[in-house]
Design a protein around this ligand. Structure first.
Ligand code: KIV
Ligand code: ZN
Length: 512
């Protein structure tokens, strides 16, 4: 019988620690819903003690998600652990994930604690956590660079105190597959009570080996949980990518002989949702979810695939959610067809009002764009989610003039607390003029740290999807806007970012 491999997604915690990838509570909930659709076993929803925003996000996700275990990270102290337990109260299945650094470098320089103090703190914390929750994960931070004898003592102690999962992080992405796999194997062999816990791997991608290291931890080391993020999002070079680990284990079942709960058909939608929400664009040649992942440009390859698909394809594009780039809907499509397509794309809108608003926007788009692709619908729904009724700023209309040799000029009409205002400005280009026109009224003083445009369905007829990242008083937010006119998309993205800056319910400090 094949063993089960547990997929632990930490997009909303470790992924969010990536500079600029901060998400609002509602965005986190949307992604959590998609992870539930994907049948992720454990969702690490945040770090409850790190801020009120993060506490609320963990709580909201715990109260909403039914099928996945919901986890909160916490440092190894009673206050953090109690806060995590409190946020997780409403969860169907809850997990507390507590960690403390165990490498000599981290203990001495960061924690300024002796190994014995760290051991004692780990022990007391797991004991405390176990009284609050039956499912406890313990991570020795920088575990891979820790002294193996000391690590064995710590792990034996926390398992004896009731830790049910032992996660061994390669916090700085220093590992090499064979060495990391053997490291996990050694720990499992040397810790006397190792069979009382599930072993987990958590690899960062600094040397581009996070997925390879995780697979080695599974194959050589016998780990049965992998921690990963959608699109490999995460600090520095990121984490192990969920889509890659899942498809490696599924595609090479002959080698790994492991079962997964994951419903891979929802992978692409999850990837797009995370990319759209954070503004972290997926590179075209990214495995599984990149635009070129299943595209064959060379004549020899195309010929081979047409004759027998498996000549050059080891996975089926449709198995991870790609559909042929066909026209799915148009001007004459009705409400039911639209609703059904949303369902097929794994999108569920909360209320009838949301459905009606999305349908109205779809009709509006169909009037301007004859062919509506899946990508258009996903962008439209994303736009719908980011444009809320209680928003401070709302887009109304835009006109701009640009001509060779002349400085572009833009007039933007938008609402501020429901009242229409008009901003005007010139600028280096039409986008610059439009955003300056908004700023002439909004006066946010925010600094733009990222501006990116992406053609949603690949041609000049497609919608442009714009991401704007703004920074103000230490807060970083992303705004996304989509429209066939990229100047309008830019204005929408800018207003969406301003709304997030304005909203107090926003963000969520990264791990402290
Ligand atoms: O990389 C790391 O060490 C972590 C731990 C907190 C699990 O993210
Ligand atoms: Zn990490």
């Amino acid at each position: 019988m094949a063993d089960q491999l547990i997929i632990f997604d930490t997009t909303l915690r470790d992924g969010e620690q990536s500079p600029g990838a901060s998400m609002t509570k509602d965005e986190k909930l949307r992604i959590a819903r998609q992870l539930e659709r994907l049948k992720v076993d454990v969702i690490e929803a945040g770090f409850a003690a790190s801020s009120n925003g993060d506490f609320e996000a963990v709580q909201l996700i715990a109260n909403t998600i039914k099928d996945s275990t919901i986890c909160s990270l916490s440092r190894a102290n009673d206050r953090d652990i109690a806060r995590a337990a409190e946020a997780l109260k409403g969860a169907h299945r809850a997990r507390i994930h507590t960690f403390i650094a165990t490498s000599a470098l981290h203990m001495e320089k960061k924690l300024r604690m002796t190994p014995d103090q760290v051991l004692e703190q780990a022990k007391q914390s797991v004991r405390f956590a176990r009284n609050l929750c039956g499912d406890i994960e313990f991570s020795p931070e920088d575990g891979y660079r820790s002294d193996v004898d000391f690590l064995c003592r710590v792990i034996e102690t926390v398992i004896a105190e009731g830790a049910t999962t032992i996660n061994v992080p390669d916090t700085v992405g220093y590992a090499i597959p064979e060495l990391y796999g053997n490291f996990i194997k050694t720990l499992r062999e040397r810790v006397p009570n190792s069979d009382k816990a599930i072993w987990s791997v958590h690899c960062h991608n600094d040397l581009g080996m996070a997925v390879a290291n995780s697979l080695a931890g599974v194959k050589i080391g016998g780990a049965r949980q992998v921690e990963c993020t959608i699109n490999g999002l995460g600090e520095r070079a990121g984490n192990c990518a969920l889509e890659e680990i899942v498809m490696a284990v599924k595609t090479r079942r002959d080698y790994f002989n492991l079962d997964l709960n994951i419903d891979a058909q929802h992978i692409l939608a999850a990837s797009r949702m995370v990319s759209q929400t954070t503004g972290f664009v997926v590179q075209p040649n990214k495995a599984v979810v990149g635009a070129n992942a299943f595209a064959h440009a060379s004549g020899i390859h195309q010929d081979g695939v047409l004759k027998a698909r498996d000549t050059y394809e080891i996975m089926r594009a449709e198995d991870v959610g790609w559909t042929a780039n066909k026209i799915v809907l148009g001007k004459l499509s009705g409400r039911n067809a639209f609703k059904q397509r949303l369902q097929e794309l794994g999108v569920s809108l909360e209320s009838e009002a949301d459905n009606n608003a999305a349908f109205a926007r779809f009709k509006e788009l169909a009037d301007r764009k004859s062919e509506i692709f899946d990508e258009d619908i996903l962008a439209l729904v994303n736009d719908e989610h980011t444009a809320g009724e209680k928003d401070q700023f709302g887009f109304v209309s835009l006109s701009q003039h640009s001509e060779t040799g002349e400085r572009p000029h833009a007039t933007v009409v938008f609402t501020v607390s429901g009242k229409e205002v008009t901003g005007e400005s010139d600028g280096n280009g039409p986008v610059d003029a439009s955003l300056k026109a908004i700023e002439s009224h909004a006066r946010s003083g925010a600094e733009m740290v990222l501006y990116s445009v992406n053609a949603i369905s690949g041609s000049t007829e497609s919608q442009g999807e714009v991401t704007v990242r703004l920074q103000n008083s230490g807060r970083v937010v992303n705004g996304v806007g989509a429209d066939p006119d990229i100047v309008v998309a830019s204005a929408k993205a800018y207003l969406s970012a301003l709304n997030k800056l304005h909203s107090k319910a926003d963000r969520v400090a990264a791990q402290g």
